[in-house]
Design a protein around this ligand. Structure first.
Ligand SMILES: Nc1nc2c(ncn2[C@@H]2O[C@H](COP(=O)(O)OP(=O)(O)OP(=O)(O)O)[C@@H](O)[C@H]2O)c(=O)[nH]1
Ligand SMILES: [Mg+2]
Length: 108
């Protein structure tokens, strides 16, 4: 099974990815660190899982090269599960992000 980590920049995707896959992707307290997708694996309950750490994005409108990487990966349908990462400063921002991600709600 392939799990994609999708969320706004600086929402903790790479930290989660590192914890799951025992990797060392760049983690820091500013947005825009991850610019390419990274792929790792972990095992749980005898099953193997693939995790994809994606560049942060504010929407699927793809306004930058990093957002295009993320948009294209989500649109490819390669992920069996899209895991949203919603650590945002306010409920308003969280709701706005969730609205902008509705096109992928089938995968959630
Ligand atoms: N309090 C708290 N901070 C966290 C948690 N997960 C990550 N962080 C912090 O949040 C910041 C951003 O984490 P990253 O994992 O780099 O975020 P990202 O979503 O990969 O960011 P981009 O690659 O820029 O899109 C870092 O300072 C982390 O230490 C968490 O569960 N709790
Ligand atoms: Mg990252």
């Amino acid at each position: 099974m392939t799990i994609a980590l999708l969320g706004q920049p600086n929402s903790g995707k790479s930290a989660f990815y590192n914890a799951l896959t025992d990797s060392h992707q760049h983690v820091g307290n500013w947005p825009g660190k991850t610019v390419e997708r990274s792929i790792g694996t972990f095992r749980h309950g005898g099953r193997a899982y693939t995790v994809v750490d994606l560049p942060g994005t504010y929407s699927l409108a793809a306004n930058s090269e990093e957002e295009i990487v993320t948009r294209d990966y989500i649109a490819s349908g390669e992920a069996d599960l899209v895991c949203p990462s919603c650590r945002t400063p306010s409920a308003k921002a969280r709701n706005g992000w969730s609205d902008s991600m509705k096109p992928c709600s089938r995968s959630w």
